[in-house]
Design a protein around this ligand. Structure first.
Ligand code: ADP
Ligand code: ADP
Ligand code: MG
Length: 670
């Protein structure tokens, strides 16, 4: 076995490979771009080397730099992960030429499968069924259109070099063919530098079923059963599972044999996936679609049903060992489902969402719940790389049990800072079509109305939780400031008293889109009375619990509220709500600003002054409370500094625009 390997990748797959390497006592070398200097994969490896600026062309796709690092670090082999250089035959050859081992198939096998057109020619010869279509070398426009007409519409135009669902166009009518060809070529040229196209009959609502294969250098080949990856959006996988619902033993053996024939036809070595498209109607005929000559994103579902570690198998085979098991020694136990968690906005066409992950809570991993992630709170999702945050995989004795666990785990995901597809995934896996295992590639599009419902208004409980968390947070902040002040008469204590003893109802207004939801809260002994949406509820924060919780109208509610700027992310009952706290005077979470005069945004009454001239205040410290328009507004310090003047006293009426209080910023002094 290797003593040390280099992982030529980033994110979750790099972290995934490290876990197995570490367990096997193999040391790991990370490479990283400037965007990833602080990334989890860098931290996870034994050593890490910078290879260039953020764009992949200048870092993760620079094979020569990566090979040089491997030599320098004394690694004996390179694991390419998926994407990037994993299916680059030239890179695989260069690795071998440098005297290192490429943990993957031989360059010739990558080359044979790298072109979908060529791979179909090879598979056709090996006797594997192909989707009716055209994959010839002649790319003449008129010829392609004649071929499309002969196939019959709808026809799928596919980039031969394509991947990740890109470079494909469905054409419904002959008249539309030429325009679609032009645009598919443009996308393929830009994405893959190759505009060779092939044509396929576009199957109606088929299933995507793929077989995991493994071959060793001695010519042995086995399959590790199938994965059903039919649930897709824009030809990209969203949820994958194994075994495929409804798969008969006979059909499995047939597809397994076809996959092994495909691998043997090209002298395959290592982990590979043969993708088939399966007709929904009739006998359910299956056709070869493509072979991915690498570890697949969704390999964990196979690991969970077989109890095998596919990365371990990859390392053993690359080191020259025989396949760890024979076909008869590999069995399916139970069921596993994977959901891909992306930083993206499903309501805006699944647009990737870049930004800073301010908060991230993932479910706890267990024997039946696995989380493969490459990010943590505090990381940035940049525009340079795939926005996948994590893969969540759940297993069970059967599909319903795995599905229940997946649902429970998804409900525990709490991400703030970037948009995610978590709520979409929750709706998807709870949809009767998915629950009933009526899987095909049209599922998401067909149930669009159910899966993309209009936003619903927050419930009274959600609003009560938000308001209670707000009050608790402000009191804690005031108390912490009072403790850190050496002055026992510090006005911070006044703030504490004010919150505790006020008979007055505090009104907090939350907004969702254009709708405003006022919530009024008033102290009632140790608890609070909360009025929202016409309901009056007694409420309190539940103490002594492991995770944050509230008692709302006699019901125990596990909930958490995460503030981000003026947003309040309420996680409650497995749902996430993003509310905006409307408070024209709350500047606590804004960027640091200059000190100066703080003015009243509207006329009102001063109900509390919490500081005195000369006090040192930190940024965000409450200074004064103004009641205006039946709402309480806390004026906070816009910056750390010294209170230089207070122009009003408690009880004073102030006009709009009045100078209330002056704070001299720390940096302004001297
Ligand atoms: P899977 O079948 O495992 O879902 P995909 O084809 O969707 O595989 O791609 C898996 C990963 O590899 C994705 O991150 C995708 O963006 C990346 N990828 C796929 N093809 C290419 C390619 N030709 N060049 C670069 N990255 C690719
Ligand atoms: P990629 O390299 O992007 O993964 P594939 O050829 O594997 O490209 O196709 C991706 C997806 O597109 C498939 O999983 C399937 O949902 C859909 N697809 C591909 N070929 C066809 C076809 N002939 N008819 C219907 N859908 C297809
Ligand atoms: Mg594919």
């Amino acid at each position: 076995m290797f003593g040390k390997i280099l992982i030529a990748n980033r994110g979750e797959i790099a972290c995934r490979v490290v876990r197995t390497a570490r367990r096997m006592g193999v040391r790991t070398v990370a490479v990283y771009s400037d965007a990833d200097a602080g990334a989890l994969h860098v931290e996870s490896c034994d050593e890490a080397y910078r290879i260039g600026p953020p764009p992949p062309r200048e870092s993760y796709l620079c094979g020569d730099k990566i090979i040089a690092v491997a030599k320098r670090a004394g690694a004996q082999a390179i694991h390419p992960g998926y994407g990037f250089l994993s299916e680059n035959a030239e890179f695989a050859a260069a690795v071998a030429a440098a005297g290192l081992v490429f943990i993957g198939p031989p360059p010739a096998a990558i080359l044979a499968m790298g072109s979908k057109a060529e791979s179909k020619t090879i598979m056709g010869r090996a006797g594997v069924a192909l989707v009716p279509g055209y994959h010839g070398a002649d790319q003449d426009d008129a010829l392609l259109r004649r071929e499309a007409d002969a196939i019959g519409y709808p026809v799928l135009i596919k980039a031969s070099a394509g991947g990740g669902g890109k470079g494909m166009r469905v054409v419904e009518r002959s008249e539309d063919f030429s325009a679609a060809l032009v645009s598919a070529r443009r996308e393929a040229k830009a994405g893959f530098g190759d505009e060779t196209m092939l044509l396929e009959k576009y199957l109606q609502e088929p299933r995507h079923i793929e077989m995991q294969v493994f071959a060793d250098t001695q010519g042995e080949c086995v399959h590790l059963f199938e994965r059903d990856c039919s649930v897709q959006r824009r030809h990209q996988k969203v949820v994958e599972e194994a075994p495929a619902p409804g798969m008969s033993a006979a059909r499995r053996a047939e597809m397994g044999a076809a996959a092994i024939a495909a691998a043997k036809a090209i002298g395959y070595v290592g982990a590979g996936t043969v993708e088939f498209i399966v007709e929904a109607a009739g006998s359910g005929a299956f056709y070869f679609m493509e072979m991915n000559t690498r570890l697949q994103v969704e390999h964990p579902v196979t690991e969970m049903i077989t109890g095998l570690d596919l990365v371990e198998w990859q390392l053993r085979i690359a080191a020259g060992e025989r396949l760890p098991r024979r076909q008869a020694e590999i069995a399916i136990v139970g069921h596993a489902i994977e959901a891909r968690i992306y930083a993206e906005d499903p309501d805006r066409g699944f647009l990737p969402s870049t930004g800073h992950i301010a908060h991230l809570d993932a479910p706890l991993p267990s024997e039946h719940v696995r989380i493969d992630s490459g990010v943590r709170a505090g990381d940035d999702i940049s525009r340079y790389y795939d926005p996948m945050l994590a893969k969540l995989i759940a297993s069970g004795a059967d599909r319903p049990e795995a599905l229940r666990r997946l649902g429970d785990a998804l409900a525990q995901y709490r991400v703030v800072g970037v948009a995610t597809n978590v709520a979409f995934l929750q709706r998807l896996i709870a949809h009767p079509a998915f629950v009933g295992a009526k899987l095909d590639t049209g599922l998401i599009a067909r149930h669009r109305a159910d899966l993309f419902p209009p936003a619903t208004a927050p419930s009274a409980t959600t609003l009560a939780v938000a308001a209670l968390a707000e009050i608790t947070r402000r009191r804690e902040r005031a108390a912490a400031a009072a403790v850190s002040s050496s002055d026992p008469y510090s006005p911070w204590h006044a703030s504490e008293d004010w919150w505790l003893n006020s008979e007055r109802a505090i009104t907090l207004t939350y907004a969702v889109d254009d709708a405003a939801y006022p919530v009024s809260v008033r102290a009632a002994g140790d608890a609070w009375i909360v009025d929202a949406l016409g309901e009056s509820m007694s409420a309190s924060a539940a103490t002594g619990r492991e995770s944050p919780a509230f008692d709302i109208a006699g019901v125990h509610v596990a909930a958490e509220v995460v503030p981000l700027g003026d947003e309040r992310h309420v996680f409650c009952g497995g749902e996430a709500h993003r509310l905006r706290l409307v408070d024209p005077l709350a500047h606590a979470d804004e960027e640091p600003r200059q000190g100066g005069h703080l003015t009243a945004p509207m006329s009102g009454a001063i109900v509390a002054v919490l500081v005195k001239p000369g006090d040192a205040v930190s940024r965000g410290a409450p200074l004064l409370i103004l009641e205006a328009m039946k709402m309480e507004h806390t004026i906070v310090a816009p910056t750390a500094g010294i209170v230089s003047a207070i122009h009003y006293r408690q009880g004073d009426q102030v006009p709009e625009g009045a100078d209330l209080i002056d704070v001299e910023a720390e940096a302004d002094k001297g």
